[in-house]
Design a protein around this ligand. Structure first.
Ligand code: SF4
Length: 137
């Protein structure tokens, strides 16, 4: 059993109201239980919503609104779900400010990628949960 970014499973939870289904993730879902989670929805943000990126320790929207609190709240809820089901591994969407694993956008909204983890990924890793991205499968 693993946690999985809901958008990778075809759930329309992304900022643009769409999903980002991954063929490899969907194939895996036929063989093992993948628990879909969307930390940004769990953090109280609507769908669709403004695009956001990590900028240092904060998460800001394209128009400059600080939504760090929402992403932190969502990350905590995802950790709660992981503990509830004793999940030790997660497959999360690469480069998202919540779900990015090893790569994120730099906060300038120019498509510039830097090294780093999303807020949820960082919290899960801190609690010993292995995180991989869909691109690592
Ligand atoms: Fe997908 Fe994660 Fe963004 Fe939700 S927060 S839409 S699960 S990448």
């Amino acid at each position: 059993m693993k946690l999985c970014s809901a958008c990778l499973l075809g759930i329309n939870c992304r900022y643009d109201g769409r999903s980002k289904p991954s063929k490899k993730v969907l194939e895996l879902a036929r063989k093992e239980v993948l628990i879909p989670v969307c930390p940004e929805q769990l953090g109280g943000l609507p769908t669709p919503r403004e695009q956001s990126e990590l900028r240092g320790e904060s998460v800001v929207t394209r128009s400059g609104k600080d939504i760090t609190e929402n992403l932190v709240r969502g990350a905590k809820q995802v950790l709660k779900i992981a503990k509830l089901f004793d999940v030790k591994e997660a497959i999360l969407k690469q480069r998202s400010p919540s779900c990015g694993c090893g790569q994120i956008y730099d906060g300038t909204f120019t498509g510039t990628v830097i090294r780093g983890d999303g807020v949820t990924t960082a919290l899960l890793k801190k609690h010993g949960i292995k995180v991989v991205s869909e691109e690592d499968l």
